[in-house]
Design a protein around this ligand. Structure first.
Ligand code: MG
Ligand code: MG
Length: 277
């Protein structure tokens, strides 16, 4: 993935324009959540996400990535990110990460959620995968909460890694990062979802970033499959991926890809998001 550098801090007017694509991204993932279950194909998830985004006046921004022709990525079990949706039929117990983004009036949202499908015959497997997804989502919220009080962007990765470590033995994928987001889905700066030495850019008004931890039940190493897109764990362990786009503005932070700006996810962490005025 390549990064553009149009200046990483947005103006208040630009921040306002990022609210609508964030909400539409959330609506597309809501539509996926409403139909996902065993027996559904990843292609059907893609279709409902595309319909939702177009009905809302947006464009699926994954289609703007050269060579990619779909609205979502659907990464199942040992797949981490960039799984291509199609004829794959979801099975009971599958752990499915769905990544999606909408562009509206030239501005972007980017968000991912992980779903663990029911399997009454394998409760232990389902419980283990649910815990993986929970730890990953919690790590995302810890990273976002850290952003709210951060001086530099590296504090996000410190918080993500610290939380994952506190919950047990997991792998944190380092081959992919979060990113700035704005007129392009992928912009500077990179957002590391793990501890790094450098401090990174200053966190101040106008910074908008996608935070997106990828966590596994085994090792952190990944491999790209022969389709040139799908990224899977080398050791075959299961993976989860959660992502939100977050704006830092004059009043505080606002998660553009959450309907409540992140209020429910951040409540336990003592951070109250503030709408972009
Ligand atoms: Mg994404
Ligand atoms: Mg992203």
């Amino acid at each position: 993935m390549s990064f553009r550098r149009p200046g990483i801090y947005k103006t208040p007017d630009e921040l306002r324009l990022m609210v609508r694509p964030g909400v539409l991204t959330a609506e597309a993932l809501d539509a996926v959540a409403a139909i996902i279950r065993p027996g559904v194909t990843t292609g059907e998830l893609d279709a409902v996400a595309e319909r939702t985004i177009r009905a809302g006046g947006g464009v699926p921004n994954f289609m703007l990535v050269p060579g990619y022709r779909h609205t979502i990525c659907a990464s199942v079990n040992d797949e981490v990110v960039h799984g291509i949706p199609g004829g794959r039929v979801l099975q009971p117990g599958d752990v499915v990460s769905v990544d999606c983004g909408a562009e509206v009036d030239g501005w972007n949202g980017d968000s991912a959620r992980t779903f663990v499908l029911d399997d009454p015959d394998r409760p232990d497997l389902v419980a283990e995968r649910r815990r993986l997804s929970e730890v990953t989502e919690e790590a995302l919220w810890h990273g976002i909460a850290a952003l709210a009080g951060a001086r530099h962007l590296n504090e996000v990765g410190d918080a993500v890694e610290g939380h994952v470590e506190s919950r047990g033995e997991f792998g944190i994928v380092e081959d992919y990062t979060g990113h700035g987001i704005g007129r392009s889905m992928h912009e500077d700066p990179p957002v590391f979802n793990y501890r790094v030495k450098g401090r990174g850019p200053a966190v101040r008004d106008g910074l908008v970033v996608a935070v997106e931890p990828m966590v596994t039940l085994g090792g952190a190493d990944t491999v790209t499959r022969d389709d040139d897109w799908t990224v899977a764990t080398v050791d075959g362990s299961d993976a989860a991926h959660w992502e939100h786009s977050v704006a830092v503005h004059q009043g505080g932070i606002w998660v553009t890809t959450a309907h409540d700006g992140g209020a429910s996810g951040l409540a336990a962490l003592g951070v109250r998001p503030v709408p972009i005025a």
